[in-house]
Design a protein around this ligand. Structure first.
Ligand code: BG6
Ligand code: MG
Length: 215
């Protein structure tokens, strides 16, 4: 029986995906990597900052040292933080707060399970913190989705077993991670049909069958 729900952040609760894309695109342009596409960006969903950088560098015409990579990842993050500066509650996806409040009222424990190291800042700026019981994020983990580490951390913080948790995700890596961790998944977002989740809906606010999903 499901007792807790672990939500990915970017693309599930908040619309930060375009900002991630713009920050990576700015870096790619500076490095004169012309082939960085939206399709590459789709593969960056859910995976860590360093794994996302590797996707950008796939199309580079030279090899970068580990030191250079660390500098590039930091540079991208600074561009991303510039975009986050003006972030407020309007970045929260449609009816997310209402859905979270409704699930809380029904007695479910709610957590975030995000690869992002910026998750605490984003949750603070968007006013989402009071809706959540626990936060698992990139600051708690060493392995990137599709490894289940961040979801297992979130489940542990909720004091639930993986089988008692449902994961809500918008990325293929995240759905894979949920399965690897022994958790059922609900796939949402623009690519929900491509995710092979146990349940699916275009957006969180469009989920019709919560009773079936949470049984
Ligand atoms: C995920 C995003 O939530 O967080 C990825 O979907 C991103 O695209 C990852 O790379 C890491 O984010 P951050 O904020 O730590 O760079
Ligand atoms: Mg996501």
């Amino acid at each position: 029986m499901i007792k807790g729900i672990i939500f990915d952040l970017d693309g599930v609760l908040v619309s930060t995906d375009e900002m991630h894309y713009l920050a990576w695109k700015r870096l790619a342009d500076e490095l004169q990597i012309t082939g960085f596409t939206r399709e590459d960006n789709r593969r960056q969903r859910g995976v860590s900052r360093m794994a996302s950088l590797e996707i950008v560098l796939e199309k580079a015409d030279r090899v970068y040292t580990e030191e250079e990579k660390a500098e590039l990842a930091e540079r991208k993050n600074n561009y991303y933080l510039e975009l986050l500066e003006h972030m407020d509650e309007s970045a929260v996806l449609k009816n997310v707060k209402e859905v979270l409040a409704g699930l809380k009222e029904r007695g479910f424990l709610l957590a975030v399970g995000s690869a992002s190291k910026n998750a605490p800042v984003i949750l603070e700026k968007t006013g989402l913190l009071p809706y959540l019981d626990k936060i698992g994020c990139g600051l708690d983990t060493t392995k990137s989705k599709p490894d289940p580490e961040v979801f297992l951390v979130a489940a542990r913080k909720l004091e639930l077993s993986p089988g008692q948790c449902l994961v809500v995700e918008d990325s293929a890596a995240g759905i894979e991670a949920a399965a690897a961790g022994g958790m059922k998944s609900l796939g949402v977002g623009p690519f929900y049909r491509l995710l092979h989740a146990d349940y699916e809906a275009p957006m969180l606010c469009e989920v019709q069958n919560w009773d079936e999903i949470l049984k």
